[in-house]
Structure formats: C-alpha cells, structure tokens
Design a protein around this ligand. Structure first.
Ligand code: ADP
Ligand code: ADP
Ligand code: MG
Length: 491
C-alpha cells in the first residue's frame, strides 16, 4: 500500500478522498491554488502542495507543476478526483513516467473512453445496445447523410465532450448543415477537438448508470445502478440508487451489459457505464463510460456500505480486494442533491461570494460531502459546487421525506444556493410518483418574478439587498418559512 498520496483536486472531492486515505493511515496531501490556500481541506490534509495562481489552467490543470512538485514531495501515488485532470491520459502517462502510480485507468483506457466515437466502436464490438447514429469517424457529408437516414430530431455531440457540454439538438433537416458547423466550432473552443458524432434524439428517457470497479484483469464488479434522470441542461442535479423505475430483472440485464463491455478491455479503476432508457418501450442504450470516480458515487456507497474510493486505491496498489460479486448487496434507497452556489430563480446564475456561516445538516442516514466551512469564499475560478447532501432510508418515499427535512435544516448564508429549488422540486407530485424524464426541467417553471420573491422575503422576515451584500440571507431556513408552494409552479 502507498505511504503518501496526493489528491490533485480541490473542494468536496479532495476532502472526500483525504478522509479515506486518513482512515487507512496513509499520509494525504492535497493541491491548493492561491484561491484555495486557506480552504478547509488544507487544514485537514497532512500536507499541502501549493500551486501558484488562481485560474484552473495555471493550477489544477497544470500537469508540469503538479507532477514536478509531487516528485519533490516524495508522493507515491496521485488521485485525480473528478473533473480537472481526471480524464487526461497525458497526465496519467506523465505521472507514471515520473515513477508514481496514477490512481485511475490506464492511459489507453482513458483515451478509449475520453473519445466517445472510440467508445461507440467498443460498444459495437461487444454487442452493447447503442443509440442509432455514428459508428465510426465521418466527414461532414457523411454526417449529414446519416442524419437524414436516421431521421430528425437528432443530437450532435462532441467526441471529446463531457459534463453535459457540447450537445446540440437539431430538429429538422434544413438546420443540419448550419448546426453541424456551429457544433464543430463550439467543440473546438470547449475541448480543443472539433470532432463530433450524431445520435438519434430520445425525447422521453431515463438516465441509468452502473457503478463498477474493474481490477484490470478482466474481472469487473458492479455496485448496482443509479438513476440520474433529474438533469438541467444535460447536467445531473439529483441522483438516486437504486433505480426504482426498473424491475430487478431489467437492472440485472443492465449490470451484465456494463460488465461485458468493460471486461473486453480489462478495465481498471472505478468507472461508470451510462445508459439512456427510452420510456417508450424501456429499451436501454449505451451512452458513454466515465472512467473515473463520479460526483454521485456516494449514493452507491450508502446503499452498499462500500467505500468506493478505497476500492479504487486498492486496485491501483494491486491489493487483493477480498470481495466477490455475491458479497455486494444493497439495502434501502439513497438520494443525493448537489448544492451549488447558484441562483435558481435567476436562471441559475453563479452566485460567488463569501460564506458567512454554514451549518451542514446532520442526522441518522444523512451524509454531507463538503470542502467548505465558515468564511470560505466561493470564487468564480472553479465550479460552483458547495456540497452534496446524501440521505439513506428504507425506501424511496422515506428517502424523499428525509431529504426534504434535511434540506430544511441546511443553513448557508452569504450566497444564493440551489437548496430552495431542490426542496421545491422534490416535493412535486411528478417526482414523488417517479414520473419524469431527462428533459423534465426544460418545461419546469424556474424563473419566479422578482416582485413575488420580494414579497416572499418580506413575509418571511428577511431583509434583502438585491445587488448588495445580502448579509441576512439564510438559504436553508428561508425555505421553511418561505412557502414556495405559494409561488407559481411548473408543470
Ligand atoms: P458526473 O461525475 O456526475 O458524471 P459530470 O459528468 O458533470 O459529473 O462531471 C464531473 C465534473 O467534471 C464536473 O465538475 C464537470 O464540470 C467536470 N467535467 C466533466 N467532463 C469534463 C470535460 N470534458 N471538460 C471539463 N470538465 C469536465
Ligand atoms: P456527457 O459526457 O456530457 O455526460 P452524455 O452522452 O453522457 O454526455 O449525455 C449527457 C446527457 O444528455 C444524458 O444524461 C441525457 O440526458 C442527454 N442525452 C445524451 N444523449 C442523448 C440522446 N441521444 N437523446 C436524448 N438525450 C440524450
Ligand atoms: Mg455522461
């Protein structure tokens, strides 16, 4: 096992990984940019590697700086978390070349899945059901021809895309030529790679994904599935495990499909195989593999009692897992809500600022993953996630109830958060009855007229300065007295 591991990341995921390392007596180092030099995680870690600068490109994305400083600090292995360099094969290779272990897949596996056209080829090879669309690299004419063949609407997706970005809907054939050029320009800008592919658009679908750990010898263990259907602009907002929309037979079929795909390339590391299930006939299709730990891994940990970060580290250290598929079971139902510093009633605009006070909810079956404490700053240099709230109860209904009152007890002052929006959303009948799809929020009313918000604030007794420093704003508490149900509802 490693003696000293560097977590090349920040925020909640850095805190999450440090805690597992320390559980096992491994010295845990973290990277910290100038913007994060006083963050909570720098106090918890056993050592801090300072990355001069503020922008991600100068700090958490700086391969040279991180590898060099890790070496100087005698680091044995690097955990990349998610985002930043987690899916960068060049980083993984440089870590290996410097004589350290990369806690993740092999650079070859990362390349195969980072390129979604390559991933589709692997899916074809393994007879994995695939959404109708591109099967190999195509030039513009071939893409246009293919889109007419499958019929509109279609999606144009960036081969290097991720995080819900680089996906474009094309409704009719008259738009394809222009949209293709726009998609390519956008992909080039966002991912420095203008290759795109197309898929038939599935309007009413559920997002179901399988959590796995691959040992690198062809053996793949699954940790059941998650339902991440509640999304905004193709980005996950709420995640659950297991997926109660499908039967256990269907779930087993999806697990088998995921295992079959990954064992073909002897996948090593934690990974997720994402599927889209068409609500028309419940057939499911492969979408992509995320070759890293995911944001929503805690819901799988809650239902299985496993520490997936530890399994990931064990695989990287070539330790025996002492674990068979039949020993992995689940109980109850878990749900995660991503809490972002965004104003949900102002088009989810980022809401950076200083956190004056933060009180995470606590209770039986409640877990909060966070890297934020009082007086920490949410800056606009990095993503706006403050924390993740995860709850676990015997069944879905009880889990929703627990999440609602848990969010009621969340106090975050100084910035806007998604807390009131999520509470409102999970109280909707459609959510309670599990009757929604990936595009549900597209037609959900999120913009509440400012006058109504102000009236609600006055009723709730909060003074508020719209453009000012908003010292009195208490997000979590405000929702309990601020009757959101009295406000205009979406459908
Ligand atoms: P999940 O792990 O739940 O699938 P996401 O896919 O949204 O979560 O990605 C996790 C993190 O990685 C997010 O912070 C997201 O912004 C970031 N991310 C994912 N893919 C990319 C990419 N290709 N380029 C930049 N950031 C990415
Ligand atoms: P990313 O790498 O950005 O996560 P994905 O391919 O996983 O991209 O897709 C992200 C989300 O976009 C899915 O969860 C789903 O909601 C939506 N999506 C992707 N492909 C399709 C499709 N063919 N039809 C309808 N929705 C899709
Ligand atoms: Mg995805």
């Amino acid at each position: 096992m490693f003696n000293k591991v560097l977590v090349a990341n920040r925020g909640e995921i850095a805190a999450r990984i440090v805690s597992t390392l320390q559980d096992h007596g491994i010295e845990a180092y973290v990277t910290a940019s100038d913007a994060d030099s006083k963050s909570e995680i720098t106090r918890k870690a056993d050592g801090v590697i300072h990355l001069e600068g503020y922008q991600a490109i100068d700090t958490y994305l700086s391969i040279e700086k991180i590898v060099k400083k890790a070496k100087t600090n005698k680091i044995d292995a690097i955990h990349p978390g998610y985002g930043f360099l987690a899916e960068n094969p060049d980083f993984a290779q440089k870590v290996i070349d410097a004589g350290m272990t990369f806690i993740g897949p092999t650079p070859y596996q990362m390349k195969s899945f980072g390129d979604k056209i390559e991933a589709r080829k692997l899916a074809i090879k393994t007879d994995t059901p695939l959404i109708q669309g591109t099967k190999s690299e195509m030039n513009d004419e071939e893409i246009i021809e293919k889109s007419k063949e499958i019929g509109f609407p279609i999606l144009i997706k960036a081969a290097a895309g991720g995080g819900g970005r680089g996906i474009r809907l094309v409704n009719k054939k008259e738009e394809i030529t222009e949209q293709l050029q726009n998609a390519k320009t956008e992909a080039k800008l966002a991912f420095n790679d203008d290759r795109v592919y197309i898929e038939k658009y599935i309007p009413y679908a559920r997002h179901i994904e399988v959590q796995v750990i691959g040992r690198g010898n062809g053996e793949i263990l699954h940790f059941f599935e998650r339902d991440c259907t509640m999304q905004r602009k193709n980005q996950k907002l709420i995640e659950e495990a297991p997926a109660s929309i499908i039967s256990r037979n269907k779930a087993n079929e999806i697990h088998e499909t995921a295992i079959n795909l990954l064992s073909e390339i002897k996948y090593k590391n934690a990974g997720t195989v994402e599927f889209l299930m068409d609500l028309k006939d419940h057939s499911f299709y492969f979408m992509e593999v995320n070759a890293r730990i995911q944001v929503e891994h805690p819901v799988s940990e809650m239902i299985t009692g496993e520490d997936l970060i530890w399994r990931q580290i064990q695989v990287a250290a070539q330790e025996d897992l002492n674990l068979d598929q039949k020993d992995i079971n689940y109980t109850g139902h878990a749900m995660e809500a991503r809490i972002n510093a965004e104003n949900p009633y102002m088009n989810f605009n980022p809401s950076p600022g200083k956190i004056n006070k933060i009180r995470h909810p606590i209770g039986a079956g409640v877990r909060v993953d966070s890297g934020i404490s009082d007086y920490d700053e949410i800056t606009s240099f990095y993503d706006p996630m403050i924390s993740k709230v995860i709850v676990h109860s015997p069944n879905r209904e009880a889990t929703i109830r627990k999440m609602i009152h848990t969010l009621d007890n969340y106090i975050i002052t100084g910035v806007h958060t998604t807390v009131p929006f999520i509470k409102n959303l999970i109280s909707e009948k459609d959510f309670l009855t599990n009757n929604y799809h990936t595009k549900y929020l597209d037609s959900y009313k999120t913009s509440i007229p400012e006058e109504i918000i102000n009236i609600a604030r006055i009723v709730a007794g909060f003074s508020f300065n719209r453009s000012g420093e908003n010292k009195d704003r208490i997000n979590g508490k405000m929702t309990s007295s601020w009757k959101l149900s009295a406000l205009p509802q979406g459908n």
